[in-house]
Write a protein that binds this ligand. Sequence first.
Ligand code: NDP
Length: 262
Amino acid sequence: MLTRRGPKHRNKTRVALVTGGSRGIGLGIVRRLLADGYQVAFVATRPTHVKSALGVLGYSESQLCAESIDVTQEGEMAAFIDRIRARWGEITVLINNAGISPKRMDNNAPWLSQMSSDEWTRVLDVNLKGPFILMRLMAPGMIANGYGRIINIGSIAGRAVPLIAGPHYAASKAGLMGLTRAAARDLGPYGITVNCIAPGRIVSDLTGPPESAINRSALTRIPVGRFGTPEEVAHVTAFLASPLASFITGATIDITGGEFGA
Ligand code: NDP
């Protein structure tokens, strides 16, 4: 029988697992957590991206490790988590960042009527089932430890009319906010917080070149008059990952330059 624990946790490890850490926002989060003194493990799908990120980051194997694993592969993720625990001890921070947003050939979002069931399923699997799998794999260890920080990277598209992303993406990110609240309810009594970050337009491979027609149009909707950076998302992630954020759980934090609600 699991017992409820207070805010003091027994295992003081600062070990973080980041999904989709090879590029964009995920790479920014990995870099920030390393700078904050965490031991960081990350996964991404493509081996060349994993290798290049490890080279760019340049940390030793005692601080940083990564493998190319798809977050939807539960068995492979479970084995990776076991390897991290054996090497560094309990993982105290989980960042569910990996996400995909397939577009049409002209870079616009696919319409509902044009979307295949397979495409719908793949986006829901990566963006929503992946975080569920990871949370379920990590929860027992965090509960035993009496401490944990889980941060899910959602999107403005899950909160407002999705102007650029497709219905599958919007549904997955709206679902992620619901999953965040449910997990926060379930895990709160054990010293574990679960929060969601909903970025607006952040410069990355996913959004493409800032000067593209779609981005120039998006810029007109952002009150601060510019796109966000992965580092700006990483700062908030690092705060939510820290013990300082102990009374924030079940929340969705918008990082949109004022676009959401504007
Ligand atoms: P990028 O496309 O730049 O990077 C995505 C990362 O996720 C890559 O490291 C990629 O790995 C990895 N990834 C993709 N699919 C999988 C998978 N199945 N298993 C493991 N890793 C995977 O995206 P961003 O950095 O822009 O986005 C990061 C998150 O932020 C996503 O969840 C996205 O939905 C969200 N977001 C982004 C916004 C933006 O404006 N950029 C706005 C709102 C939300 P690989 O390189 O190997 O393919």
